[in-house]
Write a protein that binds this ligand. Sequence first.
Ligand SMILES: *Cc1c(COP(=O)(O)O)cnc(C)c1O
Length: 389
Amino acid sequence: MCRGASFQVADNLAETRDISTLRIPDDLKPRDGRFGSGPSKTRNASLEALIKSSTSYLGTSHRQSTVKSQVGRVRQGLKELFGLDDGYEIVLGNGGSTAFWEIAVCGLIERRSQHLVFGEFSSKFAQSAKACPHIEDPQIIESPVGAHPFAVAADDIDVYALTHNETSTGVSMEIARPDGATGLVVVDATSAAGGLRFRPSECDVYYFAPQKCFGGDGGLWLSAMSPAAIERANKLCKDSRRWVPAFLDLSIAIENSLVDQTYNTPSLTTILMLAEQVDWMNQNGGMSFSSGRCDRSAEILYTWAQSSKYATPFVSDPAMRSHVVGTIDFDDSIDASQIAKVLRSNGIVDTEPYRKLGRNQLRIAMFPNVDPEDIELLTQAIDWVAERL
Ligand SMILES: *Cc1c(COP(=O)(O)O)cnc(C)c1O
């Protein structure tokens, strides 16, 4: 018996020395190993549509109807998906969500903005506002990572900058106008749009990019804008004496979007893949379908973590736990980076935590393209690896 036990220890030691040889059994492996928070898992059907259209669409002018009709398809499809009221418009341009922060600083913030800062992305927009010479220093309301602060209406605030889903920490917040606020509510929905529900009437600007819930490619920003937001953009970019570079001029972007174009050349690949994805969501039941998939994945992931001996959801308040990006802490007995490494060598990629968060954690995207059954298999694969570290 003693001899058996010592053999067991020796076996474990051998495995510890070289975890790169650990082969996760096939029946515990997700069918698709992409769990990254952006760029995220794409659907093959979107790519097939691209290939099918290649000679008639790729390599053709974005000023002609072939491409314009795809931009129109994206704009119409998103209006339907979000259930936008009349007067709201889908506006788009080049540069991704990061470009939109500079666009907002030029064309949405009139004098002073309020920022809820609870992670890397929300902090970056606040920094853009702070660096901008033509507006006042922003008001920043911060909370420790793992939770989110709440907006507070104030007379001198004309933009409330919220983040629907803070991708760096896995915290999501409900989108609501602060009581008594007169300013515009401007929401970074980059990783939330298409996966988390929201009421369009609760915000004026809901901006995002295609490489998260929409499983497309990066490089584009899109924004659902209320009539008040459109009016603000036109006032600041066209009618005021403020200098706004044309590339960051939201009024020019609006003008182009209304005729299904962009100010300069967009990636046609990105646009077609997005159009395909939005149609897929709408044809299967819209937001209740796509967010329902995220809800199911989140339930599987968090239920597993809560009953695990070594894993816990990082976000302690269940109401703030994101259903699109899950962050799972591991206790000291398990090195999460080793798990991520073994997963990666088995073709299960991008489960590493946000680099600047520096926690013993895995971060798992549960965007609509991710099959909830694959989340289930992923938890089994993690357990299998953890038992062998
Ligand atoms: C990914 C992300 C961004 C940055 O998007 P880019 O298109 O790369 O500029 C901004 N905000 C949030 C919340 C994100 O998840």
